[in-house]
Design a protein around this ligand. Sequence first.
Ligand SMILES: Cc1cc2nc3c(=O)[nH]c(=O)nc-3n(C[C@H](O)[C@H](O)[C@H](O)COP(=O)(O)OP(=O)(O)OC[C@H]3O[C@@H](n4cnc5c(N)ncnc54)[C@H](O)[C@@H]3O)c2cc1C
Length: 224
Amino acid sequence: MVAVRTNPEGPVSEAMSFFWIPPNLPGVTITPHQMLATDLGGNCQIYLNNVKVSEDYLLGEINKGFSIIKSFFDSHLPGIAGLVGTMRRIYEHMREYAKQRRAGGKSLIEHPNVALKLGEIATDLEALRNLMYRAAWEIDVAQSSYNYKHNLFWYSAAYAFLKKISWHFCNLATDIYGGMSAAKELPLGEFMKHIFYVRAAGLTFDINRLIACRDYEGRYQKGV
Ligand SMILES: Cc1cc2nc3c(=O)[nH]c(=O)nc-3n(C[C@H](O)[C@H](O)[C@H](O)COP(=O)(O)OP(=O)(O)OC[C@H]3O[C@@H](n4cnc5c(N)ncnc54)[C@H](O)[C@@H]3O)c2cc1C
């Protein structure tokens, strides 16, 4: 499924259309990549060289492809929810670990530098969860209104915040687990691989933030 510019003028939001492109058409080359983590499916470079399809392969209306993209964006929120839950589970494991493991004559959690990292993680997770709930609420409200346009700010802000928090989470968690961080028996390594993999999913971190910033300006008429 490919979004292409079908009107040379105007912003992509008003100038692109979606097509199904059968992979066996002349001019289509697909080069699969082997990824570090494969649980999310494949990844490949797709080259389209003078590929022709008939109008039958058009999805939706011409130049209205953006309406399809925006619905993809809204549907990313459940993925964020799953990752919040995963981080919460690792956090709980980490807290128990910090209570049980002893260093310098006391448990790890009794060392203020370890406790403050756990506190920072807890704060980040609550902030992320609340932003996600707000985004879900905004999407529900907007979708039930008659003139639903899009939820770019709420989707992009929640996704960018997830990316920021999750990388920082790995940073802090590595310090708490110390030399055990990369042990397969602990949950952090798999999570890091997953987070690394999704970093550029649903657009890159920069583009998530740029979209959020632009939409916020238009949506609330406030400077950012
Ligand atoms: C797990 C996963 C799942 C994915 N699933 C899908 C999917 O289902 N469907 C799909 O179509 N794609 C999918 N993607 C692709 C994903 O949308 C792209 O990887 C992402 O949009 C970034 O594009 P790119 O990889 O070409 O990076 P590039 O565009 O090459 O970006 C590289 C760098 O340049 C910056 N940059 C690029 N363009 C601009 C610009 N205009 N302004 C400012 N900075 C810019 C980026 O921010 C980044 O820092 C998936 C990717 C991953 C990792």
